[in-house]
Design a protein around this ligand. Structure first.
Ligand code: BT5
Length: 257
């Protein structure tokens, strides 16, 4: 398994680092290749959503991985990436980072990092996985629609921060995190649960293909699904869903700030 970041390709401006990484991966770029950009003109979130990526203010990074696991087993990789980001922000930048399932990183209850994992599968074999990570580093303000929900390292620490230092700390932690995701998923799950205040006992609103309902979080399953308990005692394992704090909890959060 080559080192993550053994090749780092830097761009000034790209549509999306995930697009560039995907093109490189389909031309046989080796595992561990990292794409970094100062700006993304079409930064992407999940399900066609947008990731605001102003020039020089954020870290926009994509890693090419070629894990020898099945597609369901690869679900642990984004959890490992979220742990690596949360550890970097907490340990290197002295902010308290939280993880909201599956892989948003929050500081002061606001989103500071999003992770987009995209895979290529051929004949049911996982050909490559692109892990795209966006961290808000130096934004001082956000567009109106993100004013209440986003934050940056600069806002949280009160001073400008170096995106390069953030990239370096992140790659250092992503490497062992990725290895654990492949060889010891239970360890990644325990690290994720230890870093996330959402892991257990949190009342959340779940928006899932099965509908919208309130439930209490009960930790992660071995495969990285979020276990939630409904009011009637039924326990469900969520694999694709959005969770938010219930409106009443959000209100008390915004009063605290
Ligand atoms: C994500 O999607 O959070 C994944 C974001 C991944 C971004 C990285 S940057 C490097 C790589 N290249 C890419 O093109 N993407 C990856 P999702 O959970 O769907 O959240 C998207 C939502 O977050 C948006 O609809 C907004 O509400 C909000 N958002 C957008 N930009 C944001 C920002 N800079 N900071 C905080 N929230 C943001």
């Amino acid at each position: 398994m080559p080192r993550l970041g053994s090749a780092i390709i830097r761009y000034d401006s790209v549509t999306s680092t995930n697009d560039v990484a995907r093109d490189l991966a389909s031309c046989n770029a080796p595992e561990g290749t990292i794409v970094l950009a100062r700006q993304q003109t079409s930064g992407r979130g999940r399900q066609g959503r947008t990731w605001e990526s102003p020039a020089g203010e954020g870290l926009y990074l994509s890693a090419i991985l070629r894990p020898s696991v099945t597609t369901p087993e690869s679900a642990i990789i984004p959890l490992a990436a979220a742990v690596a980001v949360a550890e970097t922000l907490t340990e290197d930048f002295d902010v308290t980072a939280d993880i909201k399932w599956p892989n948003d990183v929050l500081v002061s209850g606001r989103k500071i990092c999003g992770i987009l994992v995209e895979s290529a599968v051929e004949a049911s074999r996982l050909e490559y996985v692109i892990v795209g990570i966006g961290v808000n580093v130096n934004q001082q303000r956000f567009p109106p629609e993100l004013l209440q929900t986003a934050t940056s390292l600069r806002i949280e620490t009160g001073k400008p921060q170096d995106p390069g230092r953030c990239a370096e700390g992140l790659l250092r932690r992503l490497e062992p995190g990725y290895r654990s995701a492949i060889s010891n998923p239970a360890y990644v799950i325990s690290r994720w649960e230890a870093r996330s205040t959402y892991a257990r006992g949190r009342v959340v609103r779940v928006i899932s293909p099965d509908g919208v309902f309130d439930a209490t979080t009960r930790g992660l399953s071995q495969s990285g699904a979020l276990r939630v308990e409904l009011n009637n005692g039924e326990v469900r394992e969520l694999t694709s869903a959005e969770i938010t704090l219930r409106a009443t909890d959000q209100e008390s959060k915004s009063v605290e700030r």
